[in-house]
Design a protein around this ligand. Structure first.
Ligand code: ADP
Ligand code: MG
Length: 233
């Protein structure tokens, strides 16, 4: 793969959690191409969420570079990095992280508040949020409902809509299906892949569940891409 085609490129990245945990992660080389969907498998505690934090720039590597859409995120100041993340990356957290007292539409529009270019791409943002709700199978009258009144499945769709709005070039998802039964998992992935295919979005999803693999362009495992070290207990 040519570097110029990569939406995400990690090179010689090393990170060690400070303090007592003595967990360190080294990733020599990882890239995701434009439009590519990649499933990253790894058991619990193997550093998947740490890797996603490095990709999102919420933690910075001790060594090496993390480039998103060609920009080395460690080269940005804190405020510029927060804005860059909001512009470039749609994030689906394991626990969805919705604002409980915010409405559905407030939650979906949240990343646009920090990302003027992404907001411009979303056009009329409130209508776009409603369109995404419809595309994701949420009832149209749900947009003013408070997030804490939604079912888990509805919360998940809102989390997907929030990641997709304004078409960020990269979506990262941290075990978004772990709390779902098999049928809901299939429905969730159908929705996610339909949306990413429409917009040529790249997708990096981490999971401990190898059964998800057949849907993705590429399946990799933490042990293949990363060196993990921890102090002996
Ligand atoms: P996974 O997502 O694969 O379950 P994590 O990246 O969450 O793995 O955690 C890997 C290890 O990193 C943990 O076992 C812990 O030692 C360390 N770790 C994770 N988060 C933190 C943190 N916020 N502070 C200190 N150490 C952490
Ligand atoms: Mg995790």
């Amino acid at each position: 793969m040519q570097v110029g085609d990569a939406v995400l490129a990690l090179s010689k990245v090393a990170y060690r959690w400070p303090g007592r945990t003595a967990f360190s992660l080294t990733v020599p080389d990882l890239s995701v191409a434009k439009g590519e969907s990649v499933l990253l498998l790894g058991e619990s505690g193997s550093g998947k969420s740490t890797l996603l934090s490095l990709i999102c720039g919420t933690v910075l590597p001790d060594r090496g570079t993390v480039k998103v859409a060609g920009t080395n995120i460690a080269g940005l100041s804190g405020a510029a990095r927060d804005r860059f993340r909001a512009e470039q990356i749609g994030v689906i957290f394991q626990q969805f992280n919705l604002l409980p007292f915010g409405s559905v539409v407030d939650n979906i529009l949240l990343p646009l508040r920090f990302a003027p270019e992404r907001r411009a791409r979303a056009g009329h943002a409130a209508s776009e949020a409603a369109n995404l709700c419809t595309a994701l199978g949420l009832p149209t009258d749900i947009t003013q409902a408070k997030a804490n009144t939604l079912s888990v499945g509805q919360q998940q769709r809102v989390a997907v809509a929030r990641a997709l709005i304004g078409q960020p070039p990269l979506i990262v998802a941290d075990e978004p299906t772990s709390a779902l039964d098999a049928n809901s998992q299939v429905a969730f992935l159908d929705l996610l892949f339909a949306q990413t295919a429409t917009h040529g979005t790249s997708l990096l999803m981490v999971s401990h569940d190898p059964r998800l693999g057949e849907r993705f362009d590429r399946v990799i495992s933490m042990e293949d891409i990363a060196l993990i070290e921890r102090a002996a207990a």
